[in-house]
Write a protein that binds this ligand. Sequence first.
Ligand SMILES: NC(=O)c1ccc[n+]([C@@H]2O[C@H](COP(=O)([O-])OP(=O)(O)OC[C@H]3O[C@@H](n4cnc5c(N)ncnc54)[C@H](O)[C@@H]3O)[C@@H](O)[C@H]2O)c1
Length: 388
Amino acid sequence: MKVNELIKRDTSARFGLIGTGFMGKAHAIALRTVGTVFADVPAPVLSLLVDANARKAAEDAAAWGFARSGDDWKTVCNDPDIDVVNICTPNHLHKEMALAAAAAGKHIWCEKPLGLTATEAREIWQAAEQAGVRTSMGFNYSCNPLLMLTRQMIAAGELGDVYNFRGCYQEDYLSDPKAPFSWRCLRAQGGSGALNDLGTHLINMAEFLLGPIDTLFGKLKTVYTHRPDPASGKLRAVENEDIAQVLLTFANSCVGTMEISRIATGRKCGLTFEIHGTKGSVVFDQERMNELRIYRTDEAAGRRGHCTILAGPEHPDYANFCPAPGHGLGINDLKIIEARNLLRSIKEDTPIFSDFRNGWRVQSIVEAVEQSHQQQEWIDVREGSTPT
Ligand SMILES: NC(=O)c1ccc[n+]([C@@H]2O[C@H](COP(=O)([O-])OP(=O)(O)OC[C@H]3O[C@@H](n4cnc5c(N)ncnc54)[C@H](O)[C@@H]3O)[C@@H](O)[C@H]2O)c1
């Protein structure tokens, strides 16, 4: 019997998770909790946890509730008792792992970016398509109930004709020049820098809210060109950008900008957007992720101003966590919603927005920003024009 058929009968999907770092733990929390939060999907089974560090895999498997552990990721893909391969390893490993999972007929939940290049991402997306498996990217921020509300408001015309988008994703995890060199600074392991780490979320979010980007102009800058390498104790050359700035046009005739930085001193999770339309605007900041500021032009003169909406049970998915407004969700709750979206996609055999096709689309836009920076010209990213 094929994996798809098994799960469609409402049996629990059996997960094999690769990687026990920052994201590995976030995915494990989501997998353990999603069946409690959401009644519309069967709770998954935590079957196998794998990490290159066998001892850590064994300790975390015991602590996180996985039945088994190991140090060879291929066992996850080859195991007939695994339905979903969950990839939470550094960027350069996503391709080999995802291709092996697709070849074995497993559904796949992969952290961003899908591949190091648009070509890699396309290969992975198409392999999953051909295998007929369901896929999800780790674009957790778009799972925020207030982001879903914003999307609904724009689609319903509540902001009127939307003409301007200003998005930022700024963090400061590398703002200290002495912050150590890591795989994130290497092209062969991280790919692009701030763009792959942070920009991928912002691109996903911009198209989730406003629809396709048409053209862009990008500028990149590496401010700290060398960092101390913990392995050698010497300075090592950084191979990708600290900052990306992008001008945008959208298919809906909106224009916009994106600013992305991993050295934005003082910013911890500065994923923000401001969207303006003929009837009003919305303002969001992930550091205050339970608040959405809304301005409406139809308020009486002298009464106009931004009002702050607090996330509550009227907004998509919130009530599954909590019946009371204003009590707030956290980042791990967004991962739980992401896990539910994948489980429902598997159960109903329908794609979700942030699937591998979207993972490829985001990667093609990342690559277009790099191309624009190199060529100093506008790049057309309409489908059919994007780099492959
Ligand atoms: N969605 C988000 O908000 C978000 C946030 C952070 C990171 N990420 C993404 O998640 C991925 C992982 O990042 P992280 O911050 O968790 O990294 P991390 O360094 O904290 O963890 C990576 C883990 O992978 C393991 N690993 C490395 N090589 C392996 C191999 N060959 N086989 C098995 N395990 C191996 C490491 O031992 C480590 O436990 C990256 O692709 C990153 O871009 C996403």
